[in-house]
Design a protein around this ligand. Structure first.
Ligand code: SAH
Length: 223
């Protein structure tokens, strides 16, 4: 695991982080590295101070600009799905940095993490919130995640934190053979499903449809 500095240290939060990891484990997440990451990253740092009392609830919370910090058990489930059995997590791409919480978690389980955000103030906020942690293996990019990040491809894992009607082709192209992509996909206005795609060969992708989820929409362009 890569080191992550402790900021705004408060014993109340230490206990809350461990309890959050326990809540996440109770939802069925088993991967030790993922649970350790949840127990390590202080989630209160990533939300507004007014939301401090709810920071360690297993729920999504507003982060401004009509976006949310995702629900911890869902984030953990998705990272668990991204990790291939018996293989190290090499290079990972996250679409939708938001406030940076999931990016911080990913930095603890992968060798290299790239995270793209399309809303400039959120990208800046994530940069500001992550700076004190001095995470050496995490790069934040302001841009349109629908295009992926060809200059850093191929990726062993690609994770989307927002739901589109399908998976953008550039992201499928930028997945390494043997790599996995995990994303919420919208079926209708109300219904979204978690999808896991494995690239079996240069032309073949294997798709597994999992449980229903609820995410903010994947949008194109930058603002
Ligand atoms: N990863 C965050 C979740 C943020 S919510 C967490 O740790 O909780 C999803 C984010 O995806 C929003 O900030 C939204 O602006 C962003 N997003 C939506 N479409 C995008 C796109 N095409 N490229 C990059 N980011 C996008």
């Amino acid at each position: 695991m890569t080191g992550i500095g402790v900021v705004r240290n408060d014993p109340r939060h230490d206990k809350a982080r461990i309890q959050l990891a326990q809540k996440v484990a109770a939802t069925g997440v088993k991967n030790r590295h993922v649970l350790e990451a949840i127990a390590t990253v202080p989630r209160h740092v990533f939300v507004d101070e007014a939301l401090d009392p709810s920071a360690y609830d297993d729920s999504a919370l507003p982060i401004g600009h009509s976006q949310t910090i995702s629900k911890p058990s869902v984030v953990a489930r998705m990272i668990e799905l991204l990790i291939r059995p018996k293989k190290d997590m090499g290079k990972v791409l996250e679409i939708g940095t938001g406030c940076g919480y999931q990016a911080a978690l990913l930095s603890l389980v992968a060798t290299e993490v790239y995270s793209i955000e399309r809303i400039r103030p959120l990208h800046d906020m994530a940069r500001h919130k992550l700076r004190p942690f001095r995470i050496p293996n995490l790069r934040l990019i302001y841009g349109d995640g629908l295009k992926g990040l060809p200059e850093a491809a191929p990726f062993d894992g690609i994770i989307l934190a927002a739901a589109g009607l399908g998976i953008p082709d550039p992201l499928l192209d930028q997945l390494a053979i043997g790599g996995r992509l995990v994303a919420p996909v919208a079926k209708s206005d109300e219904k979204q499903q978690l999808v896991m795609i494995e690239r079996v060969s240069s032309q073949r992708y294997q798709r597994t449809v999992l449980e229903e989820v609820f995410f903010v929409p994947l949008q194109s362009g930058t603002v």
